[in-house]
Every structure is written in structure tokens, then in C-alpha cells.
Write a protein that binds this ligand. Structure first.
Ligand SMILES: Nc1nc2c(ncn2[C@@H]2O[C@H](COP(=O)(O)OP(=O)(O)OP(=O)(O)O)[C@@H](O)[C@H]2O)c(=O)[nH]1
Ligand SMILES: [Mg+2]
Length: 346
């Protein structure tokens, strides 16, 4: 999964990036585009790894890109270069500043930042879609393809993000490869001061994000950075003092997974316990293909143990003896937490 941390200058993107990736790149004005890997925390993976004493444990991972905002006169604009860094990603995490940044004159206004970001994305998409539509008309392209871009242009001209359009309304197959920003899942992270780290999202902002087809959460990048720097043993007390149930990373990942309709399934064994990310609705044969293309090609059947069942019995053997392992065909729709063994023949 390829995510981007986007937003305007000084909103706390790099601070959050460091906390999430465990890297230590310089914060403050003048940063560069950075890329890091975020391990997706999942206690089920850790538990399975203990049961199987597996040599390797592989969590799902997010590839995270940190894109600096503009500084100077116009603070609520995004340069074409910045937009370009967002286009090829699979989801946008928009960091909105809701703390006083001494380096910036402007008072925090996360709602205004959200609206400005949205307006920039709509405008950019409109430009892309209009240019493409012109070309298609000149080339007398297929009516369906022209139709898809007409629909996109009409929606964008009204300020409506493409992600709000259902698959029936918009033939997305024609739009792939254009990097349309308003079609990417949007998660707004409202970055607050330490004292408000436990707050929930302000209603007005929540409504606005929902109206854009996105979701919002509150976090304090500063607090997350401090948590990330603590020994795991000390984190609990610190979180409690901050009024938090868990570090943001877990919530952030869950929120994006939900937003993108993603779930995890597991492969297990003494060699490796591993989490795989798929879209909700993926069938067993396609899921098998994530593990290895041979498994998809030569798919015979999948043996499935839901994680909850595994946890109840404690071992694979006990699950089998209880007759709780299921045998499923290629079109079985995978559920979150399924442990899968693929029988295949190539
Ligand atoms: N009080 C407070 N300060 C923060 C928080 N998050 C970031 N900061 C501070 O705000 C300043 C800017 O943070 P960065 O993480 O560099 O912001 P950025 O969004 O990466 O900035 P650009 O890359 O220039 O767009 C730094 O001095 C941070 O220490 C926060 O949650 N609370
Ligand atoms: Mg930065």
C-alpha cells in the first residue's frame, strides 16, 4: 500500500512521518520528499508467530511518502510538483494543523486547510479531465470513454470529488493512470497540541470531510513522536497520562484500512508467519495469487481457519480435531483474519 502524508507547510507531516516509520529525518522548514516503511501493527500476527515459533514474522507494510508543504507568502497553495508527489499514491493522509506553530504567522485553521486542499485537488483534476476530454473528442474516441470523462468533468465543475461517484456513475477503468486526486481515499489527520491529544474531531470538520467522502481523526504528532521514543514498557503509563488508549499508529492504520476497504489474511508455518493485505470482497483464488502466482494458476482449494477459531483452540491440530477447519473453493470470499493454506497443482 502506498500512502502519502500531504498538507500545507508546517502542519506536522514530518513529525508524524518520523513517529510512524521510526526514522529520524529533520523536521521544520526546508525538508525533502522522504519515503519510509510503516509496519502495520497486528497482535494476531504476533500471536500466530509465537504459536508456530516461526523463523520469520512479516507484518503488512505501508509505504509512506512525506511531501513538504509550501512556505513563504502563499501558504495554502500546493505547487504542481507537490501535487505530482500525491498522484501516484493509493491513499492520501492529509495532515491539518491545529496547533500554534511559532514559525508561522497564521493562526491554526484546520477547516480552512481542508477546504483549500480540496479546492486545489478539484481544480487540478478538472484541468486533467478537461484536457483529456478535448483530446478524446478530437480523436473520436469510444463513446463510453468520452462519457466517463464527461461525467468526471461535470462532477468536478460542481466541486464534487470523484470518490463520491459510485461505480455505476463513473467508469473508473477509463480513468486509471491519470492520477486523479479526488478519487483517492482521503483521511484527514487533525494535528493538535499535546493537551488535546485525546479529543475527538470537531463536528463541523467531521461533516466537511464526510461530505468529501473521506474520514477524519485527531492526533498529536508531537505526542506520537514522544511515544515512539519511549521504551515499550513505559508507553502504557505515558498513553494513560495523555488520555489515549493506544498510539495513533494503530488507529491510523485501522482508519485507512476501513476507508480503503482493506482486510488482512494470514499464511502460517514454522518458516514464516505473514500478513497479507487485500480488498474486502477478494475471492480465495485471487488472494492466493498475492502469495504466489502459481497458487492462483494451479488453485485447487483453500483450507481456512478464521483467526477467532484458531485463538479459541490454540493450535492448528486442535482446530482440525474439532472439525473447525473449513475447505473452500476458488470463489470463497475472504474474511478479515482468515488463516489460509492453499492446495495447488502446477
Ligand atoms: N505543539 C506541537 N508542535 C508540533 C506538532 N507537530 C509538529 N509540531 C512542530 O511543528 C513544526 C513543524 O513540524 P514538521 O513536522 O516539520 O511539519 P511539516 O508539515 O513536515 O512541515 P513542511 O515539511 O515544511 O511542510 C516543528 O517545529 C514541530 O516540532 C504537534 O502535534 N504539537
Ligand atoms: Mg516536512
Amino acid at each position: 500500500m502506498k500512502f502519502v502524508l500531504a498538507g500545507f507547510g508546517g502542519s506536522g507531516k514530518t513529525t508524524l512521518f518520523n513517529a510512524m516509520t521510526g526514522l529520524d529525518v529533520p523536521v521544520g522548514y526546508g525538508g525533502e520528499v522522504r519515503v519510509g516503511t510503516v509496519r502495520v501493527p497486528d497482535h494476531r500476527v504476533d500471536a500466530l508467530s509465537r504459536v508456530y515459533s516461526s523463523r520469520r514474522t512479516t507484518h503488512a507494510a505501508i509505504n509512506l511518502r512525506d511531501v513538504p508543504g509550501e512556505h513563504g507568502g502563499a501558504q495554502r497553495v500546493l505547487s504542481p510538483g507537490t501535487l505530482q508527489q500525491i498522484r501516484d499514491r493509493e491513499a492520501i493522509c492529509l495532515v491539518l494543523r491545529d496547533f500554534v506553530n511559532p514559525a508561522l504567522e497564521a493562526a491554526p485553521d484546520p477547516l480552512a486547510e481542508l477546504q483549500a486542499f480540496h479546492a486545489e485537488c478539484v481544480l487540478s483534476d478538472l484541468g486533467v479531465a478537461e484536457r483529456r476530454l478535448d483530446r478524446l473528442r478530437k480523436e473520436r474516441a469510444h463513446v463510453q470513454e468520452i462519457g466517463a470523462f464527461e461525467t468526471a468533468v461535470a462532477a468536478l465543475a460542481e466541486g464534487k470529488p470523484l470518490r463520491l461517484l459510485s461505480p455505476d456513475e463513473l467508469h473508473r477503468a477509463f480513468l486509471t493512470g491519470y492520477g486523479l486526486l479526488t478519487d483517492l481515499p482521503l483521511l484527514a489527520a487533525v494535528n493538535v497540541d499535546e493537551e488535546r491529544a485525546g479529543n475527538s474531531v470537531q463536528a463541523e470538520l467531521e461533516d466537511e470531510v464526510c461530505g468529501m467522502g473521506g474520514a477524519a481523526m485527531v492526533l498529536s504528532a508531537q505526542v506520537e513522536a514522544e511515544i515512539a521514543g519511549l521504551d515499550p514498557g513505559d508507553q502504557g503509563d505515558f498513553l494513560e497520562a495523555m488520555g489515549l488508549a493506544e498510539p495513533t499508529l494503530g488507529r491510523f492504520v485501522r482508519a485507512t484500512y476501513e476507508l480503503m476497504n482493506l482486510i488482512s489474511f494470514f499464511t502460517v508455518g514454522p518458516e514464516e508467519v505473514r500478513a497479507w493485505t487485500i480488498r474486502r470482497g477478494t475471492v480465495a483464488r485471487t488472494a492466493a495469487g498475492r502469495v504466489h502466482s502459481d497458487m492462483e494458476r494451479g488453485f485447487i482449494r483453500a483450507e481456512i481457519i478464521p483467526y477467532g477459531v484458531f485463538a479459541e483452540y490454540g493450535t492448528e491440530q486442535a482446530v482440525k480435531e474439532a472439525g473447525r477447519m473449513r475447505v473452500e473453493g476458488q470463489s470463497y470470499v475472504m474474511a478479515d483474519g482468515d488463516i489460509m493454506y492453499v492446495r495447488f497443482n502446477v
